[in-house]
Design a protein around this ligand. Structure first.
Ligand SMILES: Nc1nc2c(c(=O)[nH]1)N[C@H]1C(S)=C(S)[C@@H](COP(=O)(O)OP(=O)(O)OC[C@H]3O[C@@H](n4cnc5c(=O)[nH]c(N)nc54)[C@H](O)[C@@H]3O)O[C@H]1N2
Ligand SMILES: Nc1nc2c(c(=O)[nH]1)N[C@H]1C(S)=C(S)[C@@H](COP(=O)(O)OP(=O)(O)OC[C@H]3O[C@@H](n4cnc5c(=O)[nH]c(N)nc54)[C@H](O)[C@@H]3O)O[C@H]1N2
Ligand code: SF4
Ligand SMILES: [Mo]
Length: 744
């Protein structure tokens, strides 16, 4: 705390203050569409402009209608290849939630009395730099870390990752994508040689067999589900999920497996396919490696063995294998029921194995397809500079480092030679006193991180916690020493990448409240006060940074050098990667590009161009139900109208009317009867780590011995058990033992 303010007070801000009085955000913001001020000059004051939605990874396009330069309402865009005129309730209400009393409108600094009190940006920036620099000078650079997000534009992620790692000397920075997408990213990288979901949404409409594993598509990706409903081939829809979800209710076959028995089931299906010779030998021979070893491995996964492990009858397993065999275009899709598991990577790869062995990849309606979660999870996987070096490169690789250094025009010695600690290692680092300062951007770990009581305790041990968020009300912002008010979706510009690899544009159509600034501007401001602004001078605005992203992608699987600029994205209805300069030269710019899927030529990204079969024996669940804690707790999404920790969706009266206000626990009628529980009674649910109150929701959607609590309520993660996939380090949120009793 000893660093003198003088040393870091930059000349620009002093100039502004002298000339204009107190530094306000309007002064900080030069004209341009990326922060405060009026809407972009690119649209007329009374125009309609299209932009992608800021919630889920579907990436629907919304037409925002402006009056006098301000957004007044919106309608789904019918010309966009993703949503074809549809939107879910969150999309329809996207503008409403921007205007709410709990928006952070000014920086807040914890004062001597321990209260968060408003300060101006000048003070906020000085505190930020003084406190973090002081921690670094006392304990080393690695004593400050950051946690970022899959929910800000790619340009902001890349600026954050560059500022933190190349400018501030921070090594450890991870994102909430660890909670979400890490498993899929690792699974693809190991199997295909690059993190590359291969599909396009048209595949939902062309498959004749759709297998959904651990995905509640109806509720979590309603518009993708609409695409399934448009499928004219009367597809078989198979759902593998322990619960009878909304999606399972619509399935032609539902396998209500024992939780975490997916690996056994998928190996069992492989076994049946091999035994019947229902495999695509020419594809396997030409395009894959290690199939023979895989055959040997799955030999023991006989239907009888798998039936015992999964609770699924042999006939049902045979039926699924026969359905896959009969399908001409079989697509496999997975989400959090797979990724959030202590053996998630191998489970995802068991799905990939099925697609490879049946040749269901690279053709319309096929694929081993990870559905992403957050609006820009895909941008984060490629350009956040957290787990991977910019452009899907490796920090450990000297060649990769020198490429990035050259493109950015910085010294290669600024780039860390080791990857960051994963999220849970950062949390452990705080506990062990190695990390003393934490900067949290657009995520709410005090609600969403696993084993929340410990997480709160750990966050409160920090010397300095900075939270940069749209709302001061988030559970994490409440714990912060400094809150930086951020503009949100609709109040700034940039690009998102959706689940099918489509780069889409967001625009500024509304003025951020008070002093709130676009994250892009906050990062620029921090760079300025920190004293490293010159490193990022070539990026005065997000679009200039987008031009650098193109260069970072050149020659990589995710090459987007063919996208000219933002206007090009606007005109083309988003553009899927890869889109090289050569592809741009040979395509007709007047029309949206054809929907594109990967691996049409059977060529993967490993040096030998072969995809890998990867497999490993299933492991026992670390905390199965026992006599003391007899129920298995599943968690996940509750309704289509709730988003995660609810900072946004709770601010719409319409959305609030579409979901239960009180936290609830789904319990099977016979379990409820045995425990003497009637519907809507308040219950106490306890695990070894914590307890919560929840209302009883008696339903056959959960099986006996299992209960379900949505993640949207603040206390859910008091119960969850911190265990992780060994390869992806993703938390296993969907399996822990609990007990239940009536509230006294
Ligand atoms: N409305 C709404 N939509 C959202 C979100 C939101 O918060 N609200 N969040 C977005 C994000 S970031 C994400 S990641 C996605 C998540 O989308 P999903 O993954 O579809 O949602 P979840 O409900 O977390 O989990 C899916 C299913 O996994 C099942 N499951 C639990 N354990 C197992 C198991 O062992 N095996 C199998 N096969 N299944 C299991 C659960 O019963 C659940 O039905 O949704 C996105 N869309
Ligand atoms: N038990 C259980 N826990 C889970 C899950 C589960 O299935 N079960 N799912 C996990 C998954 S998949 C995910 S993705 C995580 C999500 O967990 P979080 O990321 O913690 O949840 P969000 O509510 O989306 O938090 C995003 C925060 O960013 C803020 N924000 C939004 N836009 C902006 C912006 O443009 N700039 C800034 N600075 N802030 C912004 C929001 O106000 C909010 O506070 O939860 C995980 N936790
Ligand atoms: S499905 Fe996802 S992207 Fe589409 S409107 Fe709903 S939240 Fe937005
Ligand atoms: Mo997620």
């Amino acid at each position: 705390m000893s660093t003198s303010a003088k040393a870091i007070t930059p000349p620009l801000s002093s100039r502004l203050i002298q000339r204009n009085g107190p530094l306000t955000s309007d002064l900080l913001l030069t004209p341009g569409p990326y922060g405060l001020g009026k809407v972009p000059a690119t649209c007329a004051p009374d125009a309609t402009t299209a932009m992608v939605c800021g919630y889920c990874s579907t990436g629907c396009s919304l037409n925002v209608h402006l009056r006098a330069g301000e957004a007044i309402n919106l309608t789904p865009n019918s010309d966009y290849p993703v949503n074809l005129g549809m939107a879910c309730p969150k999309g329809w209400e996207a503008l409403t939630v921007l205007d709410s009393p709990d928006r952070a409108t000014t920086p807040l600094l914890r004062n001597a009395r321990g209260k968060l009190a408003p300060v101006d940006w000048e003070v906020a920036m000085q505190s930020f730099c003084e406190r973090f620099k002081s921690i670094q000078s006392q304990h080393g650079n690695d004593a400050v870390a950051f946690l970022s997000t899959g929910q800000i534009p790619t340009e902001e992620m890349a600026l954050l990752g560059s500022l933190a790692k190349f400018g501030m000397g921070i090594r450890h920075g991870d994102g909430n994508t660890r909670q979400c997408m890490a498993t899929a990213a690792v699974a693809y990288k190991q199997a295909f040689g690059f993190d590359a979901p291969p599909y396009t949404y048209a595949d939902f409409e062309t498959s004749d067999v759709i297998v959904l594993i651990g995905s509640n598509l109806c509720l979590a990706h309603p518009i993708m589900w609409q695409r399934v409903c448009r499928n004219p081939h009367q597809p078989a829809i198979v759902v593998i999920d322990p619960r009878t979800t909304e999606t399972a209710m619509c399935a032609t076959q539902h396998l209500a497996i024992e939780p975490k028995s997916d690996l056994a089931v998928l190996y069992g299906i492989a076994h049946i396919l091999i035994t019947n010779d229902w495999i695509d030998r020419p594809f396997i021979d030409a395009h894959t490696a290690d199939f023979d070893a895989f055959c040997d491995f799955v030999a023991e996964f006989t239907p009888a063995h798998v039936a015992q492990a999964s609770g699924i009858g042999e006939a049902e397993l045979q039926q699924l294998a026969a359905t896959i065999h009969a399908g001409q275009s079989v697509s496999f899709w997975w989400t959090m029921g797979v990724n959030q598991s202590y053996e998630g990577v191998r489970t995802a790869q068991a799905i990939i194995n099925l697609a490879l062995m049946t040749g269901n990849i690279g053709r319309p309606g096929t694929g081993a397809n990870s559905i992403t979660g957050q609006c820009n999870a895909m941008g984060s996987r490629l350009f956040s500079n957290t787990t991977n070096l910019l452009g899907g490169r490796e920090f450990q690789d000297a060649h990769d480092r020198s490429q990035v250094a050259e493109i950015l025009g910085i010294g290669a010695d600024r780039i860390p030679t080791e990857p960051s600690w994963a999220y849970h290692q950062i949390i452990e680092g705080i506990l062990k006193g190695k990390i003393k300062g934490l900067w949290v951007i657009a995520t709410n770990p005090a609600h969403s991180w696993i084993n929340q009581d410990t997480c709160h305790d750990i966050l409160s041990r920090l010397d300095f916690l900075v939270v940069q968020d749209m709302y001061h009300s988030s559970e994490t912002a409440q714990l912060a020493d400094l809150v930086l008010p951020a503009a949100g979706w609709g109040e700034k510009e940039g690009t998102f990448i959706n689940s099918e690899r489509r780069v889409g544009l967001i625009k500024k159509v509304s003025k951020a409240p008070g002093q709130a600034l676009a994250d892009f501007s906050i990062f620029k401001l921090i760079a300025h006060y920190w004293g490293c602004a010159e490193l990022f001078e070539q990026w005065p605005d997000p679009e200039s940074l987008f031009q650098t992203l193109k260069q970072l992608s050149r020659g990589r699987p995710c090459d987007i050098t063919g996208i000219r600029d933002y206007r090009h994205l606007d005109e083309r209805g988003g553009i899927q990667w890869p889109f090289t300069e050569a592809m741009a030269a040979s395509s007709d710019d007047d029309h949206p590009g054809p929907e594109r899927r990967l691996f049409e030529d059977g060529s993967f990204y490993h040096a030998d161009r072969l995809a890998r079969f990867l497999f490993e024996s299933p492991r026992a669940m670390p905390e199965p139900p026992c006599t003391k804690f007899p129920y298995l707790l599943l968690t996940g999404r509750g309704t289509a109208s709730q988003w995660h920790t609810q900072t946004r969706t709770r601010n719409s009266a319409t959305l609030r009317s579409l979901y239960p206000a009180d936290i609830y626990v789904e319990i099977h009628p016979s379990d409820a009867a045995r425990e003497g529980i009637a519907p809507n009674q308040w219950l106490i649910v306890e695990s070894q780590r914590g307890r919560l109150r929840a209302k009883a929701f008696v339903t056959r959607a959960v099986r006996q011995g299992q209960v379900f609590i949505p993640m949207h309520y603040a206390t859910t993660n008091k119960l969850t058990h911190p265990h992780f996939d060994p390869y992806s380090k993703q938390p296993s949120y969907k399996d822990c033992a609990v007990r239940i009793r009536l509230e006294p």
